[in-house]
Design a protein around this ligand. Structure first.
Ligand code: KG4
Ligand code: ZN
Length: 343
């Protein structure tokens, strides 16, 4: 069964063809990052316009690379939410047109469930129950997976997402957008114990996250110490103050993500820990999760860097699973900026 996946929830226009939910025949991701970089973050209106221009060609390229035509498809899976509403609508309208034109099933996909699917796709032998961490630029949350099929949200961020905190700190330091990669590059050269930013504690013992405290503490430090942003072209490590701030911030954010994931895993007595989303490109986070998870006796599975950031392979793969479960949607399928997991 050949499924075309379409992903347009944020600033990546992506399409992929996956056979039987597992075999990736093609994956095309056209990033709008260079366009949004000028504004220091994603501009929703520009994102939707770019998706509109790029998607037909991105989808055609995904089919070309898979050496198939539209008539060979058995279904089209598309992100229905959560995400930027205008951007979601572009993908959804395209998928509906295709479903109608080719007479193939349409399946609306939950973006965060798809991030978790990316881990399952690469690791077919996961044992359950499991806890999954999804940490990206738009969302950060913990999920409980009693078995291979069910997913329940058990914690989510009450303010900023983890990636958003990296992006905001990077912006203050003049490191550009998106902030995760340059923060990591600078952090390599710094002392992660130089500044002790506070790790948030949920007073009610909940598994929610709050990244605004770490971000505000970092902002205050930068202001009080009179730190100047880096100038264009300054190589990572060329200034020890910036290197120390990035290393200390990164340690704090990583420790926090790992601590909450370990607390959730103990609370739900799981055997496996899954992790995905753009922030999982961070090597420190991957290492710490592996190290602490395995020390606590869990099997830890992270998606590869290619499948951690937004892509359409995870959408097509989950679409296949949904079709197998007999789920598909009508042309009245709506996009939702804050789609619930059961949607
Ligand atoms: O999953 P993703 O590609 O898009 C969303 O669904 O948001 O995640 C993008 C986020 C950005 O905030 C980016 O700064 C962050 O992932 N990110 C990183 C790293 N690479 C990307 N954060 C920390 N360290 C990295 N190496
Ligand atoms: Zn995402």
């Amino acid at each position: 069964m050949l499924i075309l996946g379409i992903e347009t929830s944020c600033d990546e226009t992506a399409a992929a063809v996956v056979r039987n939910g597992k075999e990736q025949l093609s994956s095309v991701v056209s990033s709008q990052v260079p366009i949004h970089r000028t504004f220091g973050g994603v501009v929703p209106e520009i994102a939707s316009r770019c998706h509109l221009e790029l998607l037909p060609e991105v989808a055609a390229e995904a089919l070309r690379k898979a050496s198939i035509g539209y008539e060979d498809l058995d279904g089209v899976a598309v992100t229905a939410g959560p995400g930027l509403i205008g951007s979601l609508l572009v993908g959804l309208s395209f998928a509906k047109g295709l479903s109608l034109r080719c007479g193939i099933p349409l399946i609306g996909i939950h973006h965060l469930e798809a991030h978790i699917q990316a881990v399952k796709l690469e690791h077919p032998d996961i044992s359950y129950p499991a806890v999954a961490l999804v940490a990206s630029g738009g969302h950060t949350g913990l999920y409980y997976l009693p078995d291979d099929r069910q997913i329940t949200g058990i914690g989510k961020t009450r303010d900023d997402a983890a990636g958003e905190a990296f992006d905001k700190v990077a912006r203050l330091l003049g490191l550009g957008y998106p902030g995760g990669p340059p923060v990591e590059e600078w952090a390599v050269h710094g002392d992660e114990h130089a500044i002790s930013f506070p790790i948030p504690k949920m007073s009610d013992g909940s598994l929610d996250f709050s990244f605004s405290g770490i971000k505000t503490a970092t902002m205050r430090y930068i202001r009080e110490e009179g730190i100047h942003p880096v100038s264009e072209g300054e190589p990572p490590g060329s200034r020890s103050d910036i290197a120390d701030i990035t290393a200390s911030f990164q340690r704090c954010a990583v420790d926090y993500l790992v601590q909450q994931t370990m607390t959730a895993s103990a609370k739900h007595a799981v055997v496996s820990v899954l992790a995905s989303g753009g922030v999982l490109c961070n090597s420190k986070l991957r290492q710490q999760l592996m190290h602490q998870g395995e020390r606590a006796g869990y099997a830890v599975y992270c998606s590869s860097q290619n499948l951690s950031t937004d892509n359409a392979v995870m959408i097509a793969s989950l679409g296949f699973e949904k079709i197998r479960e007999g789920i598909h949607h009508g042309l009245d399928l709506a996009a939702s900026a804050s789609l619930a997991m059961s949607g």
